[in-house]
Design a protein around this ligand. Structure first.
Ligand code: COA
Length: 315
């Protein structure tokens, strides 16, 4: 099976800024509690006229433009989300239609929560190899604000909305490694079968323990498979759930903290969107350049986890 590399990135961030002080007006919390426990200072929520699908379409269009390709070059369309506008049609089918991608290509959503974008990258690799197509669009997009119980201070302060996207292409020589896993459980859940609105529920302490174990495990797996460790990559992009989770892993691995990107202070936890939003910021601000290698790690509901070592081959 051939490897893949990233050739274009994009993101779309909703317009409504919600600060910790804004939340302190609704629930019994404070900027001090949220920022010291999580590193989050604000998040974005969709405003009128914005939705998960509109963010996904905008981020995907930017990633395709950045790749230098035309929509008709895309051969696989994948959206990672747990909060699309509809159960069906999938977000990927709406993106396919709105961006004018070809009709003879696979378009599907991936539900792996905060690991979804990296699951999507690996699914894209499999589908590109299986179909003989050269380019795939992978989007991570969430509108988690609609799943929040705004009376539950233990969850409503953690999450935000947003979208990120990447175009990947088949490569004969790019280094690449991936690791995927799952351990079914209800530690983070949105259990919505009845007439009541569904909300995110979470066992914060259990998830914290899980996350701090799984990040070093994923990075170790990537190193074992590729022979490339943190020293050999330009940046490590972990899912942006909580600054303390990332810092605890850095300490445990005795890793160079400057390699680990963080933006949860501005966006909170955007689940499947967090890794591609970070990626798109890194490319835009020049911290990731043509030829650089990246490690990316996702973890979250399912429980699921995923890691990828990928080359960025940008314009
Ligand atoms: N504001 C103020 N107090 C809050 C609060 C809030 N937003 N949320 C919870 N508290 C209270 C609790 O009720 C508890 O009060 P009590 O001691 O009177 O019962 C106290 O703060 C301590 O709660 P605790 O759960 O022990 O805090 P913590 O230090 O473990 O931090 C999390 C809680 C959620 C920040 C932490 O467990 C965490 O980050 N978990 C991982 C969550 C995550 O990232 N999930 C997504 C992964 S994809």
């Amino acid at each position: 099976m051939k490897n893949i590399e990233i050739i274009g990135t994009g993101r779309s961030i909703p317009s409504k800024v919600v600060t910790n002080d804004d939340l302190a007006k609704i629930v019994d919390t404070s900027d001090e509690w949220i920022s010291t426990r999580t590193g989050i200072r604000q998040r974005r929520f969709c405003d009128e006229g914005e939705s998960a699908n509109s963010l996904a379409i905008a981020a995907a269009a930017k990633a395709i433009a950045a790749s230098g390709l035309a929509p008709e070059d895309i051969g696989v369309c994948i959206c990672a989300t747990i909060s699309g506008n509809y159960a069906t049609p999938s977000m990927a089918c709406i993106v396919q239609r709105e961006l004018g991608l070809r009709e003879c290509i696979p378009a599907l959503d991936v539900n792996a929560a905060c690991s979804g974008f990296l699951y999507g990258i690996e699914v894209a690799r499999g589908l590109l190899n299986g179909t003989g197509e050269n380019y795939a669009l992978v989007v991570g997009c969430e509108q988690l604000s609609k799943l929040l119980d705004m009376t539950d201070r233990s969850t409503c302060v953690l999450f935000g909305d947003g979208a990120g996207a990447a175009v990947v292409r088949i490569s004969d020589d790019a280094p690449y490694a991936s690791t995927l896993g799952a351990r079914g459980g209800y530690e983070i859940s949105v259990l919505g079968a009845g007439p009541e609105p569904s909300h995110i529920h979470m066992d914060g302490a259990e998830v914290f323990k899980f996350a701090t174990n799984i990040i070093p495990k994923c990075i170790g797996e990537l190193e074992k498979k590729s022979g490339i460790g943190i020293d050999g990559v330009s940046k490590v992009v972990c899912h942006q759930a909580n600054e303390r989770i990332i810092d605890s892993c850095i300490r445990r691995m005795k890793a160079d903290s400057s390699k680990f990107y963080k933006n949860m202070d501005r966006f909170g936890n955007t689940s499947a969107a967090s890794v591609p939003i970070a990626l798109s910021e890194l490319v835009e601000n020049g911290e990731v350049k043509d030829g650089d290698l990246l490690m990316m790690v996702g973890f979250g509901a399912g429980l699921t986890w995923a890691g990828a070592l990928v080359r960025y081959a940008g314009q």
